[in-house]
Ligand binder design. Structure first.
Ligand code: SAM
Length: 274
């Protein structure tokens, strides 16, 4: 998945404008891992991007390693004393056998060769170690039906040919991927849980964030599909959409009108038994 390394991709923008995972998300992982008798020595965040998850893990674990295929992403990654980063593929991790307590990968597994990745996770996790996988879908904008229609046009028409092949997996929140670990648990955002009737329900959607139109514009520009689109086009479909949003909202400027995107999400937790 090379787009995150391309010159049309802005990792600084990514660090600033991607949604922020909330405390409940991390607590799900820590509670699950504690109940399995796991330790809090070493955590690895695979495909860490700009290190949002790795940085949170660093507040809980003695030692944290973030990895990513893209050195460009790691250049903008959060720094902490007990946290380091290495550029490498998820399918070949630079860690010893049975050396990791918790391995996380958020919003990235659809880019991996999952057979190789799961084999590698089983190799590096300690017995009773935890694999935590999170995926969130494209957002819907709360209480803004006209904007949602215009957003769908961006996603399904303008960027139609720019999404990566893994996008179908994202859109169904990985229901198409079998994760071969024991005691698997899934948490869907409430609206998804109602449909699925599996797993527990988190007390709130895992991801919801108030954003100005300007911030939402920058968020859309963090998509790899947008970077891929720019490689072959001179127009900017995100700018065009946001201008239409401003007309819909009758907003004078992009900084004063706020919207609330909600990202349906799913967390998978599993244990490695030997
Ligand atoms: C959408 S970003 C997610 C970043 C971060 N985990 C987050 O939640 O914000 C996807 C990341 O996966 C990385 N990636 C894609 N394929 C990869 C692979 N095979 N091995 C390691 N990293 C990969 C990309 O470079 C990018 O940083």
């Amino acid at each position: 998945m090379a787009t995150f390394s391309n010159k049309t991709f802005d990792s600084g923008l990514y660090a600033e404008f991607r949604p922020i995972y909330n405390k409940a998300t991390y607590d799900l992982i820590y509670d699950y891992h504690s109940k399995k008798g796991g330790q809090f020595e070493v955590a690895v965040d695979v495909a860490t991007g700009t290190g949002q998850v790795a940085s949170n893990l660093a507040d809980k674990f003695k030692e944290v390693h973030g990895t990513d295929l893209s050195a460009r992403m790691l250049e903008s990654a959060v720094k902490k004393d007990n946290l380091d980063y290495q550029a490498c593929p998820a399918e070949s991790l630079p860690f010893a056998d049975a050396s990791v307590d918790v391995l996380t990968t958020f919003e990235a597994m659809h880019y991996f060769d999952t057979d190789k990745f799961f084999r590698e996770v089983k190799r590096v996790l300690k017995p009773n170690g935890t694999l935590a996988v999170l995926i969130y879908d494209l957002p819907i904008i709360k209480d803004e039906p006209e904007m949602n229609l215009r957003f769908t046009e961006l996603v399904s028409v303008a960027l139609k040919n720019s999404w990566s092949p893994g996008m179908d997996s994202v859109r169904c929140l990985y229901r198409d991927i079998q994760i071969p670990f024991q005691d698997m648990k899934r948490w869907f955002s409430p609206e998804e849980a109602d449909v699925q009737k599996i797993g527990s329900i988190t007390p709130e959607p895992i991801l919801e964030q108030k954003m100005s139109l300007n911030q939402f514009k920058q968020y859309c520009k963090t998509w790899s599909s947008y970077a891929r689109y720019l490689e072959n086009h001179s127009d900017d479909p995100v700018d065009e959409m946001i201008n239409d949003f401003a007309k819909i909202a009758q907003a004078d400027d992009l900084d004063s009108y706020y919207i609330t995107p909600q990202w349906a999400a799913c967390m998978f937790l599993g244990t490695h038994k030997q």
